[in-house]
Design a protein around this ligand. Structure first.
Ligand code: ATP
Ligand code: MG
Length: 467
């Protein structure tokens, strides 16, 4: 029995030609059907699905290209290969324009035909797989609430989707707040162990001896205070996975024990001679550049390579600024819901400032700022003036070149602010409303500052005689 590789419909008004094609293609394992002209083919396509159509262009009833156009209306994605009588460029172009996948010329070279068919079916099979893979990827990210469209982020997400279902150890590296824990969660969610425990240990939070007993457990009396036997986190994670966060903070002695867990999946609890065997997947994270720690002798090289089977390097937010608006929207939705608010978005100037800021605290910092903005915003849109000072300051475009040049190191921030207010008012003929807007503060704040800097005796602009 030859394995069925797909259904092919051969359309030709010459019975001998059909028989020849059928015989050849059946030998290759295809299931071959025949249609004796264009309208017969159209009828067969509307009645059922074919993986590929092989159609002669010159037929007495309806020519191949006309039939092709009709077939495309019924089944737009079906690949059709047109066979033209002779090497006519016009017919070939016409066929391709009508939606043919490819064309071949007579006299038919059967080997060429077989290669074309194999390639065409392979092309569609891969396409279908890609679509499925992409869908799987997207649902994983939706479930994990991971946002990101930048090329680096997409690449990372693809890696996550590929390694999640495997048993491989994963090392996630990235600055603080870049999403290491979020990625770790997605890795566990996408694995076959997702319904088992995912135990998290922050290695930086505990002093060395406590960390060891936390990880490996201890026997009664193993150390002062060990009044009972206590299983460690590795034992609790048995069958599931463990997340070793801030692994760069682990002492060399503990690293040696961890190495054994990685290699043998076994260890001895503190004060015990009993060997515990565990079946666990290990995911680790660090905000240190671990390879530097290896060079310094602070991290075991063998452990590093054991963990680094699949490294995932999360870039800082400042290196993927195109994700900022998406993330800001994402957190806006979350915190609107949490706080029962309905903030619509960020004023363009505010968003611009978010884009210019360098985000040393990365996504966590952005999340905090959005949360704060949602809570304090009194308008439909978060305004520039409502953003924290660090962010407004980073948005240097409030200063004209001329003004910027007047500020020199050696000035205090107060002097600079006073000077900036004076110059902005001068530039705007004393119009306080406009100056306040340019300075990115409310008019009330400007008035307050004018008083503070002893500038309020100056005459206000006539247009400003509101209140
Ligand atoms: N791509 C992302 N999409 C949506 N939210 C994200 C993304 N990355 C991070 N976050 C959110 O940002 C916050 C910080 O992420 P997380 O705790 O995973 O960072 P971390 O790298 O573990 O930080 P730290 O090193 O400080 O522990 C979390 O609330 C997380 O949900
Ligand atoms: Mg973390």
């Amino acid at each position: 029995m030859v394995e069925n590789k797909g259904k092919i419909l051969v359309v030709d008004d010459e019975p001998s030609q059909r028989k020849m094609l059928k015989a050849n293609l059946s030998l290759d394992g295809y299931e071959v059907y025949e249609a004796e002209d264009g309208s017969d083919a159209i009828g067969k396509v509307s009645a059922g699905f074919y993986d590929l159509i092989l159609m002669d262009n010159r037929m007495s009833q309806m020519d191949g290209i006309d039939a092709l156009k009709e077939i495309k209306k019924i089944s737009p994605a079906i690949p059709v290969i047109i066979i033209t009588a002779h090497a006519s460029v016009e017919t070939a172009v016409e066929a391709l324009q009508a939606g043919a996948h490819d064309y071949l010329t007579k006299p038919l070279d059967v080997d060429e035909l077989r290669i074309k068919i194999r390639q065409t079916l392979e092309f569609w099979r891969l396409k279908a797989e890609n679509i499925l893979q992409r869908r799987r990827l997207e649902s994983l990210f939706e479930a994990s609430r991971i946002v990101g469209k930048s090329p680096v982020m997409r690449e990372i997400l693809e890696t996550v989707a590929m390694v999640a279902p495997t048993e491989a150890s994963v090392l996630i590296l990235g600055e603080s707040g870049t999403g290491k824990e979020l990625i770790a969660n997605a890795l566990h969610q996408g694995s076959a162990r997702s319904d088992k425990r995912f135990i998290k240990v922050n290695c930086a939070a505990l002093p060395e001896t406590l960390l060891e007993s936390e990880l490996f457990g201890h026997e009664k009396g193993a150390f002062t205070g060990a009044v009972n036997r206590r299983p460690g986190r590795f034992e609790l994670a048995d069958g599931g996975a463990i997340f070793l966060d801030e692994i760069g903070e682990m002492s060399l002695a503990t690293q040696a024990k961890l190495l054994r867990v990685l290699q043998e999946r076994e260890f001895e609890p503190l004060g015990s001679t009993r060997t515990v065997k565990v079946d666990i997947r290990i995911i680790a994270a660090s905000n240190k550049v671990l390879l530097d720690e290896v060079k310094k002798g602070a991290f075991r090289e063998d452990l590093f390579y054991r963990l680094n089977v699949v490294p995932i390097l999360l870039p800082p937010l400042r290196d993927r600024k195109e994700d900022i608006p998406l993330l800001a929207e994402h957190f806006l939705k979350i915190y609107n819901e949490k706080n029962n608010k309905n903030v619509q978005g960020f004023h363009p100037r505010a968003l611009d400032a978010l884009m210019r800021y360098s985000w040393p605290g990365n996504i966590r910092e952005l999340e905090n700022i959005v949360e704060r903005s949602v809570i304090f915003s009194r308008e439909d849109y978060v305004l520039f003036s409502e953003l924290p000072e660090v962010i407004r300051e980073a948005s240097g475009d409030t200063l004209s070149q001329e003004v910027r040049e007047g500020f020199k190191p050696g000035m205090t921030i107060r002097e600079m602010e006073r000077e900036l207010i004076i110059r902005t008012l001068e530039d705007n003929d004393g119009n306080r409303t406009r100056s306040a807007r340019i300075l990115g503060i409310t008019r009330r704040t400007l008035q307050h500052k004018l008083k503070e800097y002893d500038l309020d005796q100056q005459d206000a602009h006539p247009a400003d005689s509101d209140n």
